[in-house]
Design a protein around this ligand. Structure first.
Ligand code: ADP
Ligand code: MG
Length: 537
């Protein structure tokens, strides 16, 4: 540090080696990284489970999101720290691969890091810890396979799937209507699923929401929903065997591209102009009519005159349909997007069993349903809710449930939830630790302790004493040899998660444990964080 004077004689201090003061290396770096990641996972711990709390997040422009979904909370949070960002990515990978279990994976990673810290303090080398965690992870995966069960379902009887989807939604605000929503999700999946190849394209299921009504009013539409109304109040409100003309050109008089002047100085000239315009519109509408279309969807607006003519010709017309929707309708109805009136032909029309305008409740709101499309596979889950926040959270919950059902069709094996599978794994890992000689034993035992974080959090969040509950559960699982015993979050009076119908997919649980272990190993390997402005010394 040295004191220097500038040209005006003012003193200022130069801190030499400033970087070195802020930059930490070695074990200290690992410790501070762990602290950062722990802060994040602690925030999520209170959101886990059916009694978990929601978080309210405000974005920079003042938008408010209320959610219980781990991946969403982390995405909306403004995370600066690089290591904390890894946690955000962790939740994101669970979301991409599995869809559900995003809170759980972060809580587990946090607990593993906390245990790693204890081991570091005992003087165990990070590499040793990683090796021990790796072995413990293997044991967990084996144990999960052992305790997993296969559930049976078919297109006719899918009770088991309903239960699994309901478990996913039990922790969300939508839980009052979880049965109804679960059934909607399963029907949606069945209508797009390819059971032979066990393949489900979730892109074919659109989840739309509109504020108003209650969640109970949510429906599955066998087609597409447009948040629009017909352009003229007297037009037909429903058309069967619809032939849809999908236009990206407006029903408006052509606009000259260069400046021009038109003198109208007499009544005759005005009438001529009006007539010319009418002629123009009549020609447009006639072309539509001639092609045999009975529904018109247009990306742009209609002139009043044109709108009137469309109505007179008995067409159902919708204007200002968004570009994305236009494409979607074209795909679903096997129609072609028509950019010019001169190109309209019968071959290019889209086909749907029914197009209708539906009015929603008492709010004077309308939407357009395009049902039984030629490409029958597209469906829409149309959600209702009291506020934008509620609808958005419902969308996220439905996404989780859809993923859950998709995963079960891919792999029918489940494990039981409520922390029961974690406790079973924890017991297995502890048992394994006794057989390992060497320093890894400590790491393996700590891994077992970290697994208890999930049932502990579930118990804490439900107002139970976590130590007592987890202790009692472990004893009971060992005594009864029953890996289905978990935390009775809802106070139903039984620990058996089979009786409580709390299901989770084997895929999801395995992925959670694998991802969390990988992340912890990665953080343990980082012993220096170098920022963009740090000089390499
Ligand atoms: P995630 O984002 O990880 O899915 P959730 O908030 O959905 O987090 O909570 C999932 C956890 O809650 C799982 O461990 C699951 O087993 C547990 N759970 C869900 N429903 C119940 C229930 N009715 N009783 C006990 N545990 C439950
Ligand atoms: Mg969940």
């Amino acid at each position: 540090m040295s004191l220097i004077f500038d040209e005006y004689g003012r003193p200022y201090i130069i801190l030499q080696e400033q970087e070195r003061k802020t930059r930490i290396k070695g074990l200290d770096a690992i410790r501070s990284n762990i602290a950062a990641a722990r802060t994040l996972s602690r925030t999520l711990t209170t959101s886990l489970g059916p009694k978990g709390m929601d978080k309210m997040l405000q974005s920079q422009d003042g938008d408010v999101t209320v959610t219980n979904d781990g991946a969403t909370i982390l995405k909306e949070m403004d995370v600066e720290n690089q290591v904390a960002k890894l946690m955000v990515e962790l939740a994101q990978s669970q979301d991409d691969e599995i869809g559900d279990g995003t809170t759980g994976v972060v809580v587990l990673a946090g607990a593993l890091l906390e245990q790693a810290l204890i081991l570091l303090d005992r003087g165990i080398h990070p590499t040793r810890i990683s090796e021990g965690f790796d072995k413990a992870c293997e044991v967990c995966l084996d144990r999960l396979e052992q305790i997993s069960q296969k559930i049976e379902f078919s297109e006719k009887s899918y009770d088991e799937l309903v239960k699994a989807a309901m478990t996913t939604m039990s922790s969300k605000v939508v839980n009052r209507y979880s049965k109804q929503l679960a059934e909607i999700c399963i029907k949606a999946i069945f209508s797009v699923a390819d059971f032979e190849r066990k393949d489900i394209n979730l892109d074919l299921i659109k989840v739309e929401g509109k504020v108003g009504g209650t969640l109970e009013d949510s429906v599955l539409v066998n087609g597409i929903v447009l948040d629009k109304d017909v352009s003229h109040p007297q037009m037909p409100k429903a058309v069967d065997n619809a032939k849809i003309c999908i236009l990206t050109c407006p029903f408006e008089p052509p606009k000259p591209k260069t400046k021009h002047k038109l003198d109208i100085d007499s009544v005759e000239k005005y009438k001529d102009l009006q007539k010319a315009e009418q002629e123009y519109f009549r020609d447009m509408v006639q072309r539509v009519k001639d092609s045999g279309a009975n529904v018109v969807l247009c990306q742009w607006g209609f002139d009043d005159e044109a709108n009137h003519l469309l109505y007179q010709n008995g067409l159902l017309a919708v204007r200002w349909v968004g570009g994305v929707e236009i494409e979607l309708v074209a795909m679903a109805t096997h129609g072609r997007i028509i950019p010019r009136f001169s190109e309209i032909s019968e071959k290019k029309l889209g086909k749907a069993g029914k197009v209708r305008e539906v009015s929603l409740g008492t709010t004077h709101d309308h939407v357009i349903f395009i049902e039984d499309c030629a490409n029958s596979k597209a469906v829409t889950i149309f959600l209702r809710g009291g506020s934008k926040m509620a609808v958005d959270e419902a969308k996220r919950s439905v996404h989780d449930a859809l993923c859950q059902v998709r995963n079960l069709i891919r792999d029918q094996r489940i494990v039981y939830g409520g922390g029961s599978s974690e406790i079973a794994c924890s017991l297995a890992v502890s048992e394994f630790a006794d057989k390992v000689s060497g320093v890894e034993q400590y790491a393996i035992r700590c891994f077992a302790d970290a697994l208890d974080a999930i049932p502990s959090a579930l118990a804490d969040n439900s107002g139970l004493s976590s130590l007592e509950t987890v202790g009692a559960l472990k004893a009971a699982q060992t005594k009864q040899q029953n890996p289905r015993l978990g935390v009775d979050c809802l106070g139903r009076g039984t620990w058996d998660m089979k009786e409580q119908n709390v299901y989770e997919t084997l895929l999801s649980k395995k992925q959670q444990i694998q991802l969390a272990t990988q992340l912890v190993k990665m953080i343990l390997k980082i012993d220096d964080v170098i920022g963009p402005t740090d000089a390499l010394t």
